[in-house]
Design a protein around this ligand. Structure first.
Ligand code: GTP
Ligand code: MG
Length: 384
Protein backbone atom coordinates (compact mmCIF):
# COMPACT_ATOMS: atom_id res chain seq x y z
CA UNK A 1 0.00 0.00 0.00
CA UNK A 2 1.56 3.27 -1.09
CA UNK A 3 1.66 6.34 1.09
CA UNK A 4 -1.16 8.03 -0.77
CA UNK A 5 -3.56 5.12 -0.74
CA UNK A 6 -6.16 5.17 1.93
CA UNK A 7 -9.08 3.02 2.88
CA UNK A 8 -12.44 4.72 2.52
CA UNK A 9 -14.57 4.16 5.58
CA UNK A 10 -18.24 4.98 5.56
CA UNK A 11 -19.39 5.94 9.05
CA UNK A 12 -23.08 5.31 9.69
CA UNK A 13 -25.34 5.68 12.68
CA UNK A 14 -28.40 7.35 14.10
CA UNK A 15 -28.18 11.01 14.96
CA UNK A 16 -26.23 11.45 18.18
CA UNK A 17 -24.65 7.98 18.11
CA UNK A 18 -21.22 9.57 18.17
CA UNK A 19 -20.03 9.40 14.54
CA UNK A 20 -18.40 12.82 14.47
CA UNK A 21 -16.86 12.38 17.92
CA UNK A 22 -15.41 9.04 16.84
CA UNK A 23 -13.87 10.48 13.69
CA UNK A 24 -12.38 13.42 15.56
CA UNK A 25 -10.77 11.03 18.04
CA UNK A 26 -8.70 9.46 15.27
CA UNK A 27 -5.23 10.90 15.27
CA UNK A 28 -4.25 13.33 12.55
CA UNK A 29 -7.75 13.59 11.17
CA UNK A 30 -8.73 16.69 9.24
CA UNK A 31 -11.73 17.44 7.13
CA UNK A 32 -10.92 17.43 3.44
CA UNK A 33 -14.28 18.20 1.87
CA UNK A 34 -17.82 19.06 2.74
CA UNK A 35 -20.29 17.72 0.24
CA UNK A 36 -24.02 18.07 -0.16
CA UNK A 37 -26.70 20.70 -0.09
CA UNK A 38 -27.28 22.67 3.09
CA UNK A 39 -25.90 22.03 6.53
CA UNK A 40 -27.99 19.10 7.57
CA UNK A 41 -27.30 17.37 4.28
CA UNK A 42 -23.58 17.66 4.65
CA UNK A 43 -21.31 14.70 4.21
CA UNK A 44 -17.80 15.44 5.36
CA UNK A 45 -14.74 13.49 4.38
CA UNK A 46 -11.97 13.34 6.95
CA UNK A 47 -8.50 12.11 6.21
CA UNK A 48 -6.10 10.92 8.86
CA UNK A 49 -2.41 11.61 8.48
CA UNK A 50 -1.60 8.93 11.04
CA UNK A 51 -3.72 6.04 9.77
CA UNK A 52 -4.23 5.31 6.08
CA UNK A 53 -7.94 5.94 6.56
CA UNK A 54 -10.42 8.34 5.03
CA UNK A 55 -13.59 8.59 7.11
CA UNK A 56 -16.85 9.66 5.56
CA UNK A 57 -19.06 11.29 8.17
CA UNK A 58 -22.71 10.99 7.22
CA UNK A 59 -25.85 12.70 8.35
CA UNK A 60 -27.32 10.67 11.19
CA UNK A 61 -30.53 8.74 10.80
CA UNK A 62 -33.49 10.47 12.44
CA UNK A 63 -36.64 8.86 13.84
CA UNK A 64 -38.75 10.27 11.02
CA UNK A 65 -39.12 7.66 8.25
CA UNK A 66 -39.03 10.19 5.42
CA UNK A 67 -35.80 11.56 6.84
CA UNK A 68 -34.43 8.01 7.09
CA UNK A 69 -35.08 7.42 3.40
CA UNK A 70 -33.56 10.76 2.52
CA UNK A 71 -30.43 9.83 4.43
CA UNK A 72 -30.22 6.42 2.79
CA UNK A 73 -30.68 8.02 -0.62
CA UNK A 74 -28.06 10.63 0.11
CA UNK A 75 -25.51 8.04 1.24
CA UNK A 76 -26.10 5.94 -1.86
CA UNK A 77 -25.84 8.92 -4.15
CA UNK A 78 -22.73 10.20 -2.46
CA UNK A 79 -20.86 6.93 -2.44
CA UNK A 80 -21.70 6.38 -6.09
CA UNK A 81 -20.58 9.81 -7.26
CA UNK A 82 -17.80 10.91 -4.97
CA UNK A 83 -15.88 7.77 -4.26
CA UNK A 84 -16.76 5.24 -6.90
CA UNK A 85 -15.48 7.21 -9.89
CA UNK A 86 -12.32 8.52 -8.30
CA UNK A 87 -9.84 6.25 -9.96
CA UNK A 88 -9.49 2.59 -10.54
CA UNK A 89 -7.18 1.99 -7.63
CA UNK A 90 -9.47 3.71 -5.25
CA UNK A 91 -12.86 2.33 -6.06
CA UNK A 92 -15.67 2.58 -3.61
CA UNK A 93 -16.01 2.15 0.08
CA UNK A 94 -13.57 -0.29 1.64
CA UNK A 95 -15.33 -0.77 4.95
CA UNK A 96 -18.30 0.49 6.95
CA UNK A 97 -18.37 1.46 10.60
CA UNK A 98 -21.80 1.10 12.19
CA UNK A 99 -21.97 3.38 15.21
CA UNK A 100 -24.23 1.81 17.79
CA UNK A 101 -24.75 3.74 20.98
CA UNK A 102 -23.76 1.53 23.90
CA UNK A 103 -26.07 3.29 26.32
CA UNK A 104 -29.17 2.42 24.27
CA UNK A 105 -29.25 -1.37 24.03
CA UNK A 106 -32.96 -1.57 23.28
CA UNK A 107 -32.48 0.31 20.01
CA UNK A 108 -29.62 -1.85 18.68
CA UNK A 109 -31.76 -4.04 16.44
CA UNK A 110 -33.77 -1.22 14.94
CA UNK A 111 -30.70 0.87 14.23
CA UNK A 112 -28.71 -1.99 12.75
CA UNK A 113 -31.59 -2.72 10.36
CA UNK A 114 -31.60 0.91 9.27
CA UNK A 115 -27.90 0.85 8.51
CA UNK A 116 -28.26 -2.43 6.66
CA UNK A 117 -30.73 -0.69 4.35
CA UNK A 118 -28.19 2.01 3.55
CA UNK A 119 -25.64 -0.52 2.32
CA UNK A 120 -28.08 -2.99 0.80
CA UNK A 121 -26.76 -4.45 -2.40
CA UNK A 122 -23.11 -3.74 -1.70
CA UNK A 123 -21.43 -7.05 -2.08
CA UNK A 124 -19.55 -8.36 0.88
CA UNK A 125 -18.37 -5.03 2.21
CA UNK A 126 -16.66 -5.48 5.62
CA UNK A 127 -18.74 -4.03 8.44
CA UNK A 128 -17.43 -3.12 11.87
CA UNK A 129 -19.93 -2.60 14.65
CA UNK A 130 -18.58 0.18 16.83
CA UNK A 131 -20.30 0.30 20.20
CA UNK A 132 -19.88 3.98 20.95
CA UNK A 133 -20.04 5.54 24.42
CA UNK A 134 -18.92 2.24 26.00
CA UNK A 135 -18.39 3.97 29.33
CA UNK A 136 -19.54 1.09 31.48
CA UNK A 137 -17.11 -1.79 31.43
CA UNK A 138 -19.65 -4.13 33.00
CA UNK A 139 -22.14 -3.52 30.18
CA UNK A 140 -19.70 -4.40 27.43
CA UNK A 141 -20.19 -8.22 27.26
CA UNK A 142 -23.99 -7.88 27.22
CA UNK A 143 -23.79 -5.14 24.59
CA UNK A 144 -21.57 -7.25 22.37
CA UNK A 145 -23.98 -10.15 22.70
CA UNK A 146 -26.95 -7.92 21.88
CA UNK A 147 -25.18 -6.63 18.76
CA UNK A 148 -24.37 -10.20 17.69
CA UNK A 149 -27.99 -11.21 18.11
CA UNK A 150 -29.23 -8.19 16.21
CA UNK A 151 -26.96 -9.06 13.29
CA UNK A 152 -27.97 -12.72 13.43
CA UNK A 153 -31.62 -11.71 13.11
CA UNK A 154 -31.01 -9.21 10.32
CA UNK A 155 -29.88 -9.76 6.75
CA UNK A 156 -27.50 -12.64 6.38
CA UNK A 157 -25.61 -10.93 3.60
CA UNK A 158 -23.95 -8.44 5.94
CA UNK A 159 -20.27 -9.17 6.34
CA UNK A 160 -19.80 -8.35 10.02
CA UNK A 161 -16.11 -8.46 10.82
CA UNK A 162 -15.82 -7.38 14.44
CA UNK A 163 -17.68 -5.69 17.25
CA UNK A 164 -15.54 -3.06 18.94
CA UNK A 165 -16.47 -1.10 22.06
CA UNK A 166 -15.15 2.44 21.95
CA UNK A 167 -14.97 5.52 24.14
CA UNK A 168 -13.95 8.29 21.77
CA UNK A 169 -13.72 11.04 24.35
CA UNK A 170 -13.10 10.80 28.07
CA UNK A 171 -16.27 10.65 30.10
CA UNK A 172 -16.64 11.86 33.67
CA UNK A 173 -18.89 9.63 35.76
CA UNK A 174 -18.28 11.88 38.74
CA UNK A 175 -15.50 14.18 39.94
CA UNK A 176 -13.21 11.29 40.72
CA UNK A 177 -14.09 8.65 38.17
CA UNK A 178 -13.24 9.50 34.61
CA UNK A 179 -13.44 6.89 31.88
CA UNK A 180 -10.46 7.23 29.56
CA UNK A 181 -10.82 6.96 25.80
CA UNK A 182 -10.47 3.38 24.56
CA UNK A 183 -10.72 1.23 21.48
CA UNK A 184 -9.76 3.70 18.75
CA UNK A 185 -6.45 2.03 17.94
CA UNK A 186 -8.11 -1.41 17.95
CA UNK A 187 -10.79 -0.17 15.57
CA UNK A 188 -8.25 1.32 13.17
CA UNK A 189 -5.95 -1.71 13.26
CA UNK A 190 -8.77 -4.22 12.80
CA UNK A 191 -10.11 -2.18 9.90
CA UNK A 192 -6.73 -2.10 8.21
CA UNK A 193 -6.36 -5.83 8.78
CA UNK A 194 -9.36 -6.56 6.61
CA UNK A 195 -7.60 -5.28 3.49
CA UNK A 196 -4.69 -7.34 2.28
CA UNK A 197 -2.60 -4.44 1.06
CA UNK A 198 -3.30 -2.50 4.24
CA UNK A 199 -2.22 -5.50 6.26
CA UNK A 200 1.27 -5.17 4.85
CA UNK A 201 1.53 -1.53 5.77
CA UNK A 202 0.04 -2.37 9.10
CA UNK A 203 2.95 -4.66 9.85
CA UNK A 204 5.64 -2.09 9.27
CA UNK A 205 3.94 1.01 10.60
CA UNK A 206 1.82 -0.54 13.29
CA UNK A 207 3.81 0.61 16.30
CA UNK A 208 4.29 4.12 14.99
CA UNK A 209 0.58 4.52 14.30
CA UNK A 210 -0.40 3.19 17.72
CA UNK A 211 2.02 5.53 19.44
CA UNK A 212 0.85 8.51 17.41
CA UNK A 213 -2.74 7.69 18.37
CA UNK A 214 -1.82 7.48 22.07
CA UNK A 215 -0.03 10.81 21.81
CA UNK A 216 -3.01 12.45 20.12
CA UNK A 217 -5.51 11.12 22.67
CA UNK A 218 -3.28 12.22 25.56
CA UNK A 219 -2.76 15.71 24.14
CA UNK A 220 -6.52 16.04 23.87
CA UNK A 221 -6.85 15.15 27.55
CA UNK A 222 -4.20 17.70 28.50
CA UNK A 223 -5.97 20.47 26.62
CA UNK A 224 -9.29 19.54 28.23
CA UNK A 225 -7.82 19.52 31.73
CA UNK A 226 -5.97 22.75 31.11
CA UNK A 227 -9.19 24.52 30.26
CA UNK A 228 -10.69 23.33 33.56
CA UNK A 229 -7.54 24.34 35.43
CA UNK A 230 -7.79 27.91 34.18
CA UNK A 231 -11.30 28.13 35.61
CA UNK A 232 -10.57 26.29 38.84
CA UNK A 233 -7.31 28.15 39.39
CA UNK A 234 -8.95 31.55 39.00
CA UNK A 235 -10.13 31.82 42.54
CA UNK A 236 -8.94 34.61 44.81
CA UNK A 237 -6.71 32.62 47.10
CA UNK A 238 -2.95 32.65 47.40
CA UNK A 239 -1.19 30.14 45.19
CA UNK A 240 0.49 28.08 47.88
CA UNK A 241 -3.05 26.81 48.46
CA UNK A 242 -2.98 25.30 45.02
CA UNK A 243 -4.22 22.00 46.42
CA UNK A 244 -7.40 22.85 44.56
CA UNK A 245 -5.71 21.69 41.38
CA UNK A 246 -4.55 18.39 42.85
CA UNK A 247 -7.67 16.34 41.98
CA UNK A 248 -7.50 17.53 38.39
CA UNK A 249 -3.76 16.83 38.15
CA UNK A 250 -4.24 13.42 39.70
CA UNK A 251 -7.01 12.51 37.28
CA UNK A 252 -5.05 13.69 34.27
CA UNK A 253 -1.88 11.84 35.27
CA UNK A 254 -3.79 8.59 35.80
CA UNK A 255 -5.65 8.90 32.48
CA UNK A 256 -2.46 9.43 30.53
CA UNK A 257 -0.81 6.44 32.20
CA UNK A 258 -3.89 4.36 31.36
CA UNK A 259 -3.73 5.35 27.71
CA UNK A 260 -0.13 4.17 27.54
CA UNK A 261 -0.98 1.04 29.52
CA UNK A 262 1.44 1.98 32.31
CA UNK A 263 1.06 0.00 35.50
CA UNK A 264 1.32 2.81 38.03
CA UNK A 265 1.18 2.77 41.80
CA UNK A 266 -0.67 5.30 43.92
CA UNK A 267 2.68 6.26 45.42
CA UNK A 268 3.90 7.24 42.00
CA UNK A 269 0.85 9.46 41.40
CA UNK A 270 1.21 11.09 44.81
CA UNK A 271 4.91 11.53 44.17
CA UNK A 272 4.29 13.34 40.92
CA UNK A 273 1.27 15.42 41.84
CA UNK A 274 1.89 15.89 45.54
CA UNK A 275 5.50 16.99 45.30
CA UNK A 276 6.28 20.57 46.20
CA UNK A 277 7.83 20.91 42.76
CA UNK A 278 4.67 22.16 41.04
CA UNK A 279 3.82 24.68 43.76
CA UNK A 280 7.38 25.95 43.72
CA UNK A 281 7.30 26.51 40.00
CA UNK A 282 3.96 28.31 40.36
CA UNK A 283 5.37 30.56 43.05
CA UNK A 284 8.37 31.38 40.90
CA UNK A 285 6.24 32.31 37.93
CA UNK A 286 3.87 34.39 40.00
CA UNK A 287 6.79 36.33 41.43
CA UNK A 288 7.87 37.42 37.97
CA UNK A 289 4.37 38.33 36.82
CA UNK A 290 3.55 42.01 37.21
CA UNK A 291 -0.07 41.44 38.23
CA UNK A 292 -1.56 39.39 41.02
CA UNK A 293 -4.94 37.91 41.73
CA UNK A 294 -7.46 35.57 40.25
CA UNK A 295 -6.56 36.15 36.60
CA UNK A 296 -2.89 35.44 37.11
CA UNK A 297 -3.70 32.43 39.28
CA UNK A 298 -6.00 30.99 36.65
CA UNK A 299 -3.52 31.40 33.83
CA UNK A 300 -0.63 30.04 35.86
CA UNK A 301 -2.80 27.12 37.00
CA UNK A 302 -3.53 26.35 33.36
CA UNK A 303 0.13 26.61 32.40
CA UNK A 304 1.13 24.27 35.21
CA UNK A 305 -1.43 21.63 34.35
CA UNK A 306 -0.42 21.89 30.71
CA UNK A 307 3.27 21.48 31.56
CA UNK A 308 2.48 18.61 33.91
CA UNK A 309 0.33 16.80 31.36
CA UNK A 310 2.89 17.15 28.59
CA UNK A 311 5.61 15.92 30.96
CA UNK A 312 3.55 12.92 32.01
CA UNK A 313 3.16 12.12 28.29
CA UNK A 314 6.94 12.24 27.88
CA UNK A 315 7.39 10.04 30.95
CA UNK A 316 4.77 7.60 29.64
CA UNK A 317 6.54 7.39 26.29
CA UNK A 318 9.83 6.73 28.06
CA UNK A 319 8.14 4.00 30.12
CA UNK A 320 6.37 2.59 27.07
CA UNK A 321 9.69 2.13 25.33
CA UNK A 322 11.33 0.74 28.45
CA UNK A 323 13.61 3.70 29.14
CA UNK A 324 11.98 4.65 32.42
CA UNK A 325 10.77 2.34 35.16
CA UNK A 326 7.47 3.35 36.81
CA UNK A 327 8.37 1.40 39.94
CA UNK A 328 11.34 3.69 40.48
CA UNK A 329 9.33 6.50 41.97
CA UNK A 330 12.07 9.03 42.79
CA UNK A 331 13.58 8.72 39.36
CA UNK A 332 10.22 9.14 37.65
CA UNK A 333 9.19 12.11 39.80
CA UNK A 334 12.53 13.76 39.01
CA UNK A 335 12.07 13.06 35.30
CA UNK A 336 8.61 14.65 35.29
CA UNK A 337 9.83 17.63 37.36
CA UNK A 338 12.62 18.36 34.94
CA UNK A 339 10.31 18.16 31.96
CA UNK A 340 7.82 20.51 33.64
CA UNK A 341 10.56 23.09 34.19
CA UNK A 342 11.73 22.74 30.60
CA UNK A 343 8.25 23.07 29.13
CA UNK A 344 8.15 26.19 26.96
CA UNK A 345 4.74 27.23 28.31
CA UNK A 346 6.42 28.47 31.48
CA UNK A 347 8.53 31.02 29.56
CA UNK A 348 5.66 31.89 27.26
CA UNK A 349 3.43 32.65 30.24
CA UNK A 350 5.99 34.89 31.89
CA UNK A 351 6.79 36.77 28.72
CA UNK A 352 3.10 37.12 27.84
CA UNK A 353 2.47 38.96 31.09
CA UNK A 354 5.54 41.12 30.60
CA UNK A 355 4.55 42.13 27.09
CA UNK A 356 0.86 42.63 27.74
CA UNK A 357 0.87 44.23 31.21
CA UNK A 358 -1.50 47.01 30.18
CA UNK A 359 -3.87 44.95 28.11
CA UNK A 360 -4.77 42.14 30.45
CA UNK A 361 -7.05 43.97 32.82
CA UNK A 362 -10.20 43.46 30.76
CA UNK A 363 -9.41 39.94 29.74
CA UNK A 364 -10.67 36.69 31.12
CA UNK A 365 -8.05 34.12 32.17
CA UNK A 366 -9.27 31.69 29.52
CA UNK A 367 -8.76 34.26 26.79
CA UNK A 368 -5.24 35.00 27.98
CA UNK A 369 -4.42 31.34 28.24
CA UNK A 370 -5.62 30.67 24.70
CA UNK A 371 -3.48 33.52 23.43
CA UNK A 372 -0.47 31.98 25.15
CA UNK A 373 -1.22 28.60 23.60
CA UNK A 374 -1.65 30.23 20.18
CA UNK A 375 1.67 32.01 20.44
CA UNK A 376 3.27 28.68 21.26
CA UNK A 377 1.53 26.92 18.42
CA UNK A 378 2.93 29.43 16.00
CA UNK A 379 6.46 28.64 17.00
CA UNK A 380 6.28 25.01 17.97
CA UNK A 381 3.96 22.16 17.10
CA UNK A 382 1.78 21.28 20.03
CA UNK A 383 -1.50 19.48 20.50
CA UNK A 384 -4.67 21.11 19.34
N1 GTP B 1 -17.81 11.98 26.62
C1 GTP B 1 -18.15 11.45 25.43
N2 GTP B 1 -19.16 11.99 24.72
C2 GTP B 1 -19.46 11.44 23.52
C3 GTP B 1 -18.76 10.35 22.99
N3 GTP B 1 -19.29 10.05 21.78
C4 GTP B 1 -20.28 10.93 21.57
N4 GTP B 1 -20.41 11.76 22.63
C5 GTP B 1 -21.36 12.85 22.78
O1 GTP B 1 -22.60 12.49 22.21
C6 GTP B 1 -23.17 13.56 21.49
C7 GTP B 1 -23.41 13.18 20.04
O2 GTP B 1 -22.17 12.89 19.42
P1 GTP B 1 -21.86 13.22 17.89
O3 GTP B 1 -20.50 12.72 17.63
O4 GTP B 1 -22.17 14.60 17.56
O5 GTP B 1 -22.95 12.28 17.20
P2 GTP B 1 -23.23 12.10 15.64
O6 GTP B 1 -23.45 10.66 15.44
O7 GTP B 1 -22.15 12.73 14.83
O8 GTP B 1 -24.61 12.89 15.47
P3 GTP B 1 -25.22 13.59 14.14
O9 GTP B 1 -24.15 14.43 13.53
O10 GTP B 1 -26.38 14.35 14.64
O11 GTP B 1 -25.67 12.49 13.25
C8 GTP B 1 -22.20 14.73 21.64
O12 GTP B 1 -22.64 15.53 22.71
C9 GTP B 1 -20.90 14.06 22.00
O13 GTP B 1 -20.08 14.88 22.79
C10 GTP B 1 -17.68 9.80 23.77
O14 GTP B 1 -16.98 8.85 23.41
N5 GTP B 1 -17.42 10.41 24.97
MG1 MG C 1 -22.17 14.26 13.42
Amino acid sequence: MEESKKMNILVLGVSGAGKSTLIKAISGTEVVTGVGEGNTQKIDVYESSTWPLRCIDTKGFEYNIIEQYKTIHQIKKFTKEQIADKDDDNVGIDAVWYCIEGTARRTFSHNINLMNKAIKGWKNIPVFAVITKSYSEVDIPANIEAVEQAFAKSQKSINLKKIIPVVAEEYAINEEVIVPPRGIDTLCLETLDCLDEAKELNKTNRDAMILEQKRFTSHGLVIGSTTSAVVIGAVPIPFPDSVILVPLETGLTKLIFKIYGIDYSNDLITGIVGSTMLTNIAKQILKTIPIAGAVANGVVGGALVFALGESVILASEAMYSGKLDPTKIDETVKFVGEKVKENPIIDYTVSYFEKNKDKILDKKPKEIFNEILDSMKNTKRIAN
